[in-house]
Design a protein around this ligand. Structure first.
Ligand code: PLP
Length: 452
């Protein structure tokens, strides 16, 4: 009998987020060890183009030493501090000012947290606190959209319009989901884009009237849905829904976790899609993925109300130990400098047309129903039958198949239901865009061939 237990596999103690835990037990994870420009390398030395910038965030790639230097300098000066009880690291106060200066609509103040999910929870708590302080405690309901992704804390999950939230018995009562503004998939037979938009506006109005405007704390929306499958809203969407929200005094929260800082081609997704939010959430690109951080920006009017509410309750009783971390803030200041002053956004503007034109050329491929996107983000929606737009059965996992085949060829792209999505680093060159899409072409042809 062998009394010595086999050494546990190096990675077996690691519990993976958003992964199929069963199949991982058999196949094991891909262990990544290094990054260089738009590439990451696994432990065997194989190199992959990161077609999703990690999780949309590593916009400056994986080897920007300016960010490492900014972190290192801050680690030597003030390596850790908080922002509770009226204190603030100097670097964090500077970042707040910088964000207010570049906000897409006038904003007064910035609250920092560690993740997009925490930022969304923060916003909901702010809205609920205002409602209570202002004598309207029934104002607790929240409007979101089917297909939207807003994170993984209890509130972030609750605002997410995806089926899997049922795994947690969520959403709770009081989160109301509106139709996803995706004309290609949600538009009815014979319905024009303008008619589709009218239907969405009518749905919003009817929902508010049915629920009672005075029971609704706010509406949350990404300017363009990201993890819902890169879904630009139907033309004119925000211009049409904002007057309805304003008429009913319902604040609009723009979740710019993905779209903030350039991804859509403007600095903010709100600029690309004409969103005029009362609150903005940003994360991901704010530190180019080099540090966990998020920000909630509030308008002056909202800030005044929050200050009054904090007097009512004695303080604003909310915060995270490492929110406003000075090292994260030092990195974010450097990211903003690199994006705005060192030519990265100009470079981005130069490569977007090539990215979009190669992406959209796949609309002609037999497997692709819709090729869509904006800026440096895009999706290919895979269909079993082009004329009817019928998707493959979900157990066929067509997105997974494509992503796995691309992975074998050295490209990381993300499957999302029936689509695969692209959000490469902003530093990508034109020739790297071509290399990426050449791999996509070969991958789609391979998957198509396997179906014959
Ligand atoms: N909101 C949006 C639009 C997101 O895409 C994400 C993450 O992908 C989140 C919120 C949650 O952010 P985090 O994973 O940092 O909690």
């Amino acid at each position: 009998m062998n009394l010595i237990a086999p050494a546990p596999d190096r990675t077996s103690a690691f519990l993976h987020p958003f992964s199929d835990l069963g199949s991982l037990q058999q196949d094991g994870p891909s262990v990544m060890t290094e990054g260089d420009g738009i590439y990451v390398r696994d432990e065997s030395g194989k190199r992959y183009i990161e077609g999703n910038s990690g999780l949309w965030n590593a916009v400056l790639g994986f080897s920007d030493s300016r960010l490492a230097d900014a972190a290192s300098e801050q680690y030597r000066r003030l390596p850790a501090y908080h922002a509770f009880f009226g204190r603030v690291p100097e670097t964090s106060a500077r970042l707040a000012r910088r964000l207010v200066d570049i906000a897409p609509v006038p904003m007064a103040r910035v609250f920092f947290a560690n993740s997009g999910s925490e930022a969304n929870d923060t916003v909901v708590k702010m809205l609920w606190m205002l409602a209570r302080a202002e004598g309207r405690p029934q104002r607790r309901k929240l409007l979101s959209r089917r297909g939207a992704y807003h994170g993984t804390t209890v509130m972030g999950t609750s605002l997410t319009g995806k089926d899997y939230v049922r795994a947690f018995g969520l959403p709770p009562e009081g989160v109301i989901f509106l139709t996803c503004p995706h004309y290609w998939r949600e538009g009815r037979a014979g319905e024009s884009e303008a008619d589709f938009l009218d239907r969405l506006v009518a749905e919003l109005e009817q929902t508010i009237v049915r629920e009672g405007a005075d029971t609704i704390a706010g509406m949350i929306a990404e300017p363009i849905m990201g993890a819902g499958g890169v879904i630009p809203p139907v033309a004119g969407y925000f211009a049409a829904i904002q007057p309805v929200l304003r008429r009913h005094h319902i604040p609009l929260v723009a979740d710019e976790v993905i779209s903030g800082f350039g991804r859509t081609g403007s600095l903010w997704g709100s600029q690309t899609y004409g969103v005029e939010p009362d609150l903005i959430i940003a994360s991901k690109c704010i530190t180019a993925g080099y540090f966990p951080m998020s920000a909630v920006m509030v308008s002056a009017e909202f800030d005044d109300r929050l200050t009054a509410a904090s007097q009512e309750f004695g303080e604003f009783p909310h915060g995270f130990t490492t929110g406003a971390h000075p090292v994260g803030c030092a990195i974010a200041l450097t990211v903003l400098d690199i994006l705005l002053n060192r030519g990265v956004l100009d470079h981005l503007a130069g490569i977007i047309p090539a990215f979009q034109s190669r992406l959209r050329s796949f609309a002609g491929h037999p497997l692709i129903g819709e090729a869509r996107g904006v800026g440096l983000m895009g999706a290919l929606d895979v269909v079993a039958d082009k004329p009817t737009k019928a998707p493959f059965p979900s157990d066929f996992e067509v997105g997974e198949r494509i992503a796995k085949a691309a992975f074998r060829r050295g490209l990381i792209i993300r499957p999302l239901g029936n689509s695969v999505i692209f959000a490469p680093p902003f530093i990508m060159t034109r020739s790297e865009i071509d290399t990426m899409f050449d791999i996509v072409q070969a991958t789609l042809d391979e998957v198509l061939e396997g179906l014959r």
